[in-house]
Design a protein around this ligand. Sequence first.
Ligand SMILES: NC(=O)c1ccc[n+]([C@@H]2O[C@H](COP(=O)([O-])OP(=O)(O)OC[C@H]3O[C@@H](n4cnc5c(N)ncnc54)[C@H](OP(=O)(O)O)[C@@H]3O)[C@@H](O)[C@H]2O)c1
Length: 345
Amino acid sequence: MPTPPESVREIRVAALPDGLPRPEHFTIARTPPPVPGDGDVLVRNRFFHVFPALRTLLGGGVPGAPFPPLRPGDVLFGAAIGEVVSAPPGTGPRPGDLVRHFLGWREYAAVPAAQCTPVDDALPDPVVHLGSAAIAYTALTRDARVRPGDTVFVTGGAGGVGSMAGQIARLLGAGRVLGSTGSPAKAQRLVAELGYDAAVIRDAGAGAGPIAEQLAEAAPDGIDVLVDNVGGEQLQAAVGAARTGARFVLVGTLAGQLAPGLPGTTGPAEIDTFQLITRRIAMRGFGGLDDDGQGRPGWVERVGGWLRSGELTFPHVRFAGIESAPRALQEVIDGRHLGAVVVEL
Ligand SMILES: NC(=O)c1ccc[n+]([C@@H]2O[C@H](COP(=O)([O-])OP(=O)(O)OC[C@H]3O[C@@H](n4cnc5c(N)ncnc54)[C@H](OP(=O)(O)O)[C@@H]3O)[C@@H](O)[C@H]2O)c1
């Protein structure tokens, strides 16, 4: 492996936003390469994920969440894939290996060896490890227990999680798959590219009307499963459309997280709890992935197989160069893209 250059770049918080983050709230700083401490692996990052929860971290974070809030001067972080430059002997990773870790938004990272996960070729493209296939698969199988013939509604159906959840629901046997998105153009892409049967448009965009009415039209017999990335009025509408015994898994809160007038740390929703009771709706928060410590988790084989056979696609957009990262985040927040957004270094 070549030695690191004399200076490397990283993205830092310049100022906390009042409202949604924009590129001016970040700086691209030059710094000497990190010096790995005892037990650290030096990694040259190749890709990192650009994700909306950064808004929550910039807004002060959420108690109990696994990640600390971001403050002015902090380097941003998030899932990344990089090439090992050097590693302490006997820790597993070797120079040249690809590893997944959580110190993205910088060109080089010193990562504790225990926080590096090897990336092998079980998935056809290492970048898929930055996507949300694991979350979508686990939410649908472990939490919502989707069954053949189910009608499944995926809110945020065009996003990183949603674009995989809609496709995987179908592969797991769902009979009808519906998604929500932000514009008529994206609604068309949900149907044409991701195999959704129909799409509804949030915030009554383009005169689409209230989401509850759109959902009633798209699913006249109701829904059995909700994968909720949005919350707010979309969760409310899903409760109204639920069939008896429906299973809801709450993964995200985009409506609160990306609301300009809220701090990004709350996900308010008003729901009629009578309906939960009378229709025995099970509602469960997605608490993270299973880690049984037994090596490669089960989703990898199945998702890898679907990707290789062409039954599943990994929609994503790649931005080139660390300098593009603040703009990439803005475009994620603005809903410009379908699928996951990554920066390639
Ligand atoms: N529990 C967990 O372990 C876990 C893990 C991963 C992610 N999450 C959460 O799951 C959610 C989805 O994550 P993701 O990575 O898939 O994000 P994402 O959907 O890719 O986020 C960006 C999308 O959000 C939508 N959006 C923008 N403003 C919105 C608003 N005001 N209301 C509703 N939607 C809006 C836009 O899509 P459209 O234009 O298509 O609407 C945009 O493209 C996030 O809340 C994330 O934090 C939770």
